[in-house]
Design a protein around this ligand. Structure first.
Ligand code: Q9C
Ligand code: ZN
Length: 336
């Protein structure tokens, strides 16, 4: 399968993150990609599709913030990585405070996604990898894989969070629509709910969002991903959340996945974009499902059985030593 990655995706390198009340080493680090790259045979560098496909998803003020946030943090006399610590939840208004601390709160929803000096460069090239995989599929490949880092599914049109800065799967879906595809299905099989992707397409009837994830009653991102969120307006019924309890293994997972795949089949999509996170793995240090490496192949095979042109983008997965094997097992399911 054609696979895309750009070495500049390594530039994003926050040192620590706030986790369960303490600062711990950042879980979403370059070693994840190194483990995956060691298992992939041919990996292509993406060409540069520029800003236009990114601007189809993200707001201009957010993109300007993301490109300048770390410089502004340093200019304010701060050391290390930038992240928010005050959020405009009460009395939310579209204020323009021109203060880095305020903007970090305005354009984020959590404190677990620091911005380092290389964050914009890495996010930009990760999005370009997603666009290269999309271009390959639009050009006739049955499936292609973008080894996106940083991941994307938690960030929305104008906010970052959950280690995510640019929503790679949304950028892929919008690029496919711009190229003439009419109906896109997005299937999110990361452990966590893809709240950013859901928000971006919540009122859209032409993009179906289906997610199998840990119940947000117990797990991050808590405030999205509940089964009663079904889309609004033209998008009513085009969001399907399939939360599962902690501890779920292959049997429970397959039952939820089959429900999601049936919805995708009924929607009549002409292309599929998959947010693949390997943090559903039993050994994941921050997640609580019980999938085994060998389980990823039959899961992927049932997705492949939809028989749709498929773009796969990397999301989470923090059991670094097993990540390459888990990705390889998933991609093996797409050898039609
Ligand atoms: N104490 C992705 O998998 N931190 N993001 C949770 C739990 C955020 C995961 C903290 C986890 C985000 C792409
Ligand atoms: Zn995740």
């Amino acid at each position: 399968m054609k696979t895309f990655f750009d070495a500049r995706q390594h530039d994003h390198a926050p040192a620590m993150e706030l986790h369960n009340g303490a600062y711990v080493p950042y879980a979403e680090h370059r070693g994840r990609m190194e483990n995956v790259l060691a298992t992939l045979s041919q990996v292509g560098a993406p060409r540069d599709h520029g800003m236009e496909p990114i601007r189809r998803v993200h707001r201009d003020n957010y993109l300007a913030f993301l490109q300048s946030a770390h410089e502004r943090w340093v200019a304010a006399g701060r050391n290390g990585d930038a992240h928010g610590y005050a959020w405009p939840v009460v009395g939310r208004r579209p204020l323009n405070l021109n203060r880095i601390d305020a903007d970090l709160g305005q354009f984020s929803f959590d404190a677990s996604s620091p911005i380092s000096a290389g964050t914009w460069t890495s996010a930009y090239w990760g999005a370009q990898s997603a666009l290269a995989a999309t271009e390959a599929v639009l050009g006739g490949e049955r499936a292609a894989f973008a080894l996106c880092r940083p991941p994307g599914h938690h960030c929305g049109a104008d906010y970052l969070g959950g280690y995510c800065f640019l929503n790679n799967v949304a950028i892929s879906a919008e690029a496919a629509i711009a190229a003439g595809k009419r109906r896109i299905a997005i299937l999110d099989v990361d452990y966590h709910h893809g709240n950013g992707t859901q928000d971006i397409f919540y009122e859209r009837g032409d993009v179906l969002f289906v997610s199998v994830h840990a119940d947000p009653a117990t797990d991050y991102p808590f405030f999205w991903g509940h089964a009663d969120e079904r889309g609004e307006g033209a998008g009513e019924g085009a969001t399907l959340n399939l939360p599962l309890p902690r501890g779920s293994g292959l049997e429970a997972y397959r039952a939820a996945l089959d429900t999601g795949l049936a919805a995708i089949h009924d929607f009549g999509a002409d292309m599929l974009c998959v947010s693949f996170g390997a943090d559903t793995f039993a050994g994941d240090p921050i997640s609580q499902f019980a999938l085994q490496t060998a389980d990823y192949t039959p899961i992927a095979r049932s997705i492949a059985d939809l028989d749709l042109p498929t773009v796969i983008v990397m999301e989470g997965g923090y059991a670094v030593d097993a990540l390459g094997a888990n990705v390889a097992a998933f991609l093996a399911g797409f050898d039609w």
